[in-house]
Design a protein around this ligand. Sequence first.
Ligand SMILES: [Zn+2]
Length: 167
Amino acid sequence: MDTFSPEQRHRCMSNIRSKNTLPEILMRKRLFACGWRFRVCDKRLQGKPDVVIPKAKTIIDVRGCFWHRHGCKDSTMPKSNIAFWVEKWSKNVKRDHGNEVAWRDVGWNLIIAWQCSLEGVKVDHTLERICAKIELWTSECEIGKPRRILHRMELPKPIRKAKVGGA
Ligand SMILES: [Zn+2]
């Protein structure tokens, strides 16, 4: 049996309905308001990325901090069944990495938006930055550079490498 703090339980529940978490909904609304058209959970790309903006050749991957081990204060450690969790997290992190490589190989820009950057007072700032970046990357495409540079942005900025398991 697992012992969950209410917060951990909440995070588990949000993972179950992971297709329409509040941060994702907020992001889609803002993108739409900025005039971007996008596909949600696109089956044509590995791992069915959350948001795909064809015009900007950009994928937005919204990652739950607990499940994907961001390393922030939301990446809490359960009190029991550690082995189970470590295995699960390690699979998630490996899958994330695999997806990232696959997307890059087929020429997509990537924005990783950790859930903690899409909560509370940070939401607005994060969404603003995302919209601005997509705008910039798209205008670069349109200039018609002979060789397009692939972009990657992570929000919040990475502080240290995400920890998969252990204390
Ligand atoms: Zn986080």
